[in-house]
Design a protein around this ligand. Structure first.
Ligand code: NAD
Ligand code: UD1
Length: 333
């Protein structure tokens, strides 16, 4: 079975390609390399012993996509811009890339009579939680253009399904993916100063940055710092495999992919220190604008519908993340 993977050269996409290839799927990666490196292809080949087909192209190029996906039976749609702060500075780019890109993809899929779609949504669609753990029925909201693109795309996909029940669509709402493949050959390689916690901690550990700024220690949490549901990227990749295996039994379903456990910034920091056996300097700063206090998933629906649940704990996430960072201090550069 051949799967068309938009954004397959990126962080989550590359890990998913590895798991798909290891499970006997063929993959066709479609990516414009705007936030990834062509070296990923060779690394995937080393890990799996198989060569994924790669086409460099933009998801807004409907014609190229339509011809490229010929012979595929399903699409996993990772391609998109994802930086929250940047999305407020260049919202037109975000709406065009993420929403217009998705519309082009849907038209290309229809042309090829491909009706199976797995979409990368995010826990960001829950906004500031009204209750925890977050289940899929929690009201949706967004506070920035990036979050709104995910929210709008989910709505578009629900409308598409309502109009034509031939579609099978999994809206996978990821919590906070971290870690890397255990080989240390693929991992997260952010451009410039990382916004997210784990890449920042790893860069301090490897000596690229001086100290971590902890954004707030006055939240109503175990130690006052923000709590999140961190999930190992390989567990997340396996969630996509399970979504594909079960896609025929789904209509249009939103499904959380999280562990169900929350860890504070300082708890993650301590776990990482233990893994790398180093002291990681940090400073407490004021809260980051737009941050929520706590967030973790109710992961029951994924278990019921996909027979999927996360298997790796915070120590696995830190040790695989550190293995990747220490072997590739400058990412793919
Ligand atoms: P990433 O930036 O590493 O990967 C995205 C890939 O898409 C990149 O390789 C990039 O080059 C490609 N791309 C972007 N725009 C494109 C376009 N117009 N045409 C073709 N290719 C394009 O990001 P990631 O962390 O792997 O995230 C994958 C998806 O998951 C994104 O949609 C993201 O919004 C979503 N998501 C990510 C997280 C996270 O924390 N990483 C959390 C929730 C949801
Ligand atoms: C952020 C995005 C979210 C996106 C997710 C995954 C915001 C407001 N939200 O979520 O939309 O889906 O990334 O890409 O940007 N922290 C520090 N110091 C740092 C970095 C982070 O203390 O240098 C803290 C944060 O305050 C938070 C936790 O670490 O409590 C996790 O932060 P981060 O990794 O940025 O993820 P989210 O804020 O959950």
């Amino acid at each position: 079975m051949k799967i068309f993977i938009t954004g397959g050269m990126g962080y989550i996409g590359s890990h998913t390609c590895v798991e798909l290839l290891n499970s006997g799927y063929e993959v066709m990666i479609y990516d414009n390399l705007s936030n990834s490196n062509v070296k990923v292809l060779e690394r995937i080949k080393v890990i799996t012993g198989k060569e994924p087909v790669f086409i460099q192209g933009d998801i807004r190029d409907e014609e190229l996509m339509a011809t490229s996906m010929d012979g595929c039976s399903a699409v996993i749609h990772f391609a998109g811009l994802k930086a929250v702060g940047e999305s407020s500075q260049i919202p037109i780019e975000y709406y065009d890339n993420n929403i217009n890109g998705t519309l082009c993809l849907l038209r290309a899929m229809k042309k090829n009579s491909i009706y199976n779609l797995v979409f990368s949504s995010s826990a960001t669609v829950y906004g500031d939680p009204l209750y925890l753990p977050l289940d899929e029925n929690h009201p949706l909201s967004a506070t920035n253009p990036y979050g709104r693109t995910k929210l709008f795309i989910e709505e578009i996909l629900r409308d598409v399904y309502t109009s034509d029940k031939n579609w099978h669509i999994a809206l996978l709402r990821y919590f906070n993916p971290i870690g890397a493949h255990s080989s240390g050959l693929i991992g997260e390689s952010p451009n410039g100063i990382p916004n997210n916690l784990l890449p920042y901690i790893s860069q301090v550990a490897v000596g690229k940055r001086e100290s971590l700024s902890v954004w707030g220690d006055d939240y109503d949490t175990v130690d006052g710092t923000g709590v999140r549901d961190y999930i190992h990227v390989v567990d997340l990749a396996m969630g996509h495999l399970k979504a594909l295996e079960n896609i025929a039994s789904l209509g249009c379903e939103a499904i959380n992919l999280g562990t169900g456990n929350g860890y504070s910034v300082l708890e993650v920091l301590r776990a990482f220190e233990k893994t790398c056996n180093k002291n990681i300097p940090y400073k407490i700063e004021s809260r980051r604008v737009g941050d929520i206090s706590s967030c973790h998933a109710n992961a029951k629906k994924a278990k019921e519908l996909l027979e999927w649940s996360a298997t790796k704990n915070i120590n696995d996430m830190c040790s695989d993340g550190w293995n990747w960072q220490s072997k590739n201090p400058n990412g793919y550069e």
